[in-house]
Design a protein around this ligand. Structure first.
Ligand code: IPM
Ligand code: MN
Length: 379
């Protein structure tokens, strides 16, 4: 099959990790007989520099006519002083809104091979971790009315958190559907003891739960959820929450899995279309130094094959190639562990870890997928 992929490398380490991702996708195409056509598009800081706009119209229309969007990262110090509505991040928010990508799926998976990279005590994460954050992505305080006004306490600013029943219902359905294919448990996170919008959220999620009698629903306040994530993360299967709470909790979740450099995400609408991006940002301090971990972007492409194209075997092939590379001991700098007392104890010598850069990590993963084609191509 032929698939048209809109590719937005963006800023910072975005172009580097996307280059490796395309390399891996090409290898999948060779192995399974597909054709991926890429259309490279501008968005973020680079688009501001070249066109004056963070999200040029051409980019948006090309995304709309593609089968899916693959995005690196946007933003960087260079554009930090721009006013809020001109910043590179507006490209991301604009794409999410215009493409109606209301469901953001962020899996938090602790790879067995990286158990020691997890900052939590081994007894807390025994046998790994596997849960998913489903974040509402096109509503709430990120998109509510905002402004400034004068008050008797001086100049003030506000952002409105607003959710409609429909918005809550559709994201709740996404979470329940996901839990149906997993461990059948949904934790809905809100602040219903204080916020009116959260009370509506909790009511609608609870009503929606009635359509899914096989799923256990648990409601939890966000402050407690932040604590439970480090105290007992194994209690979670699917966490569903608002835009801002999901932004915060998914970063926390990524950290307890060892490296944000490993976590992919999918932003979905109804139907098959989606936008796929690593959870990490543009990391301008790492840009151009061959130090970024391309695995989160590569695993985002695996999510694209699964959710947008229905290519399950191909998707699993990418995930298992990443795992095999980790199993062989290859590590990008973010995954290298500092030598610990345990490692110097000769009765418990950890397998040697080989540090690799962005490009070599991508080569190794591509090679795992289809070594034969590589040598044939070279001949
Ligand atoms: C994310 C990012 C974005 C967000 C920023 C860059 C606008 O932090 O995807 O989590 O807050 O949604
Ligand atoms: Mn974030």
């Amino acid at each position: 099959m032929n698939y048209n992929i809109a590719v937005i490398p963006g800023d910072g380490i975005g172009p580097e990790v996307i280059r490796e991702t395309v390399k891996v996708l090409d290898r999948i195409a060779d192995k399974f007989g597909h054709k991926f056509s890429y259309q490279e598009l501008l968005a973020g800081g680079i688009a501001i520099d070249q066109t004056g706009k963070a999200l040029p119209e051409d980019t948006l229309s090309a995304c709309k006519s593609s089968d899916s969007v693959l995005l690196g990262a946007v933003g960087g110090w260079k554009w930090d002083d721009l006013p809020g509505d001109k910043r590179p991040e507006t490209a991301l928010l604009g794409l999410r809104k215009a493409l109606e990508l209301y469901a953001n799926i962020r899996p938090a998976l602790l790879f067995e091979e990286l158990a020691s990279a997890c900052p939590l005590k081994p007894e807390i994460v025994k046998d790994g971790l596997d849960f998913v954050v489903v974040r509402e992505l096109t509503g709430g305080i990120y998109f509510g009315e905002k402004g400034t006004k004068e008050t008797d306490m001086g100049h003030a600013a506000y952002d409105v958190e607003l959710y409609s029943e429909k918005e809550v219902q559709r994201i709740a359905q996404t979470a329940f559907d996901m839990a149906s294919k997993r461990n059948k448990k949904v934790t809905s996170v809100d602040k219903a003891n204080v916020l009116e919008s959260s009370r509506l959220w909790r009511r609608v999620v609870s009503e929606t739960a009635k359509e899914y009698p096989q799923i256990e629903l648990n409601n939890m306040y966000v402050d407690n959820a932040a604590m439970q994530l480090v105290r007992d993360p194994k209690q979670f299967d699917v966490i569903v929450t608002s835009n801002i709470f999901g932004d915060i909790l998914s970063d926390e979740a990524s950290q307890i899995t060892g490296s944000i450099g490993l976590l992919p995400s999918a932003s979905l609408t109804t139907g098959n279309f989606g936008m796929y991006e690593p959870v990490h940002g543009s990391a301008p301090d790492l840009a151009g130094r061959d130090k970024a971990n391309p695995m989160a972007a590569i695993l985002s492409a695996a999510m694209m094959l699964r959710y947008s194209f229905g290519l399950l075997e191909e998707s699993d092939e990418i995930s298992s190639a990443v795992r095999r590379v980790l199993k062989k001991g290859y590590r990008t700098p973010d995954l290298m562990e500092p030598p610990s007392e345990e490692n110097t104890d000769m009765t418990n010598v950890a397998p040697a870890k080989k540090e690799v850069g962005t490009k070599e990590a991508g080569d190794l993963i591509a090679e795992e997928i289809c070594p034969f084609i590589l040598s044939a191509g070279k001949a």
